[in-house]
Design a protein around this ligand. Sequence first.
Ligand code: KG4
Ligand code: ZN
Length: 351
Amino acid sequence: MLVLGLESSCDETGAAVVDADGRVLSDVVQTQIGLHAPYGGVVPELASRDHLRNVPVVVRAALERARVGLADLAGVAVTNRPGLVGALLVGVQAAKGLAWAAAKPLVGVDHLVGHLLSAFLRRGPGDAPCPEFPYVCLLASGGHTAIYRVDAPRPEAIVELGATRDDAAGEAFDKVAKLLGLGYPGGPAIDRLAAAGRAGRFQLSAPMPSPRSFEMSFSGIKTQVAQLVANTRPALDAQSVSDVCAAFQSAVTAVLARKTLAAAEREGVRDVVLGGGVAANLELRERVTALATSRGIRAIVPPLASCTDNAAMIAYTGAVRLASGARDDWTLTATSATSLPQLTRKGRGRR
Ligand code: KG4
Ligand code: ZN
């Protein structure tokens, strides 16, 4: 059962062909990072227009690499929420056109559910083991940061245990990098420089550190860095910039790792899974793995291509939906909000 997946929720245009066991036959991602870099963040209008150009290219490439035609597919899956609505609409409309032309079923997929199931993708030798239900997943990207309990591969069986009240973790990396003049996206640059920095030189702390709550906050630590930069005369030298990166990264990854493992212990699960672009962070991977090992919990860190935005996770989630009999009709539309119930309200905290 082969499913074509389309992803266009933010600044990556993706198309992939995946089977119902998660085997990835092709996974094509066209990133727009260069397009948005001069603005220090994603410009929605530019993103939509670029998706419009890229969708036909990535779809053709995904089908060619998988050596299949539209006739071989069991259906077409597309991210229809959450994300930039103008960007989502491009993928949704393209998926409708393809499904209509090929007379195949269409299913919409929640992008967050895709991330939460991405550990099931089978790409080859670098694969981590598949998690066992129920598991706890930390999803940390540029747009979302939350801890979930996943009981089954269905939105109704997924609960948010806590999320950030303000900035996503990746957003904090990007904003701190901008303050330090490191360019966009900031995560990889901070990760690299932090390796040469001394985390103890500057005192930075992420708010809400208590592992008893799974809510988080990352905008305060960004302000601490802004004040540090503004109050340092002459400007920070290269070593000091690395030291700030190390202090910031250490504070953020410590909170993420501690809360994720505390959630796993409270929920009594055996597996914790990482997802989202911030899962690329070396220190986060090491902290989560070390804490998990010390508590007899298995840490599953999927390959990077599965953590960052991709269409394979959308195709797989679509395959699970199709196998359960789900179908969407031509009225499928795009929505900025997730379908998953949210415990934390941005700016306000717990419900
Ligand atoms: O999941 P993703 O590719 O896109 C979405 O935001 O949905 O995540 C991108 C985010 C960016 O904020 C980027 O700075 C961050 O992930 N990121 C990292 C690293 N690589 C990417 N953050 C920390 N360390 C990294 N190595
Ligand atoms: Zn994402």
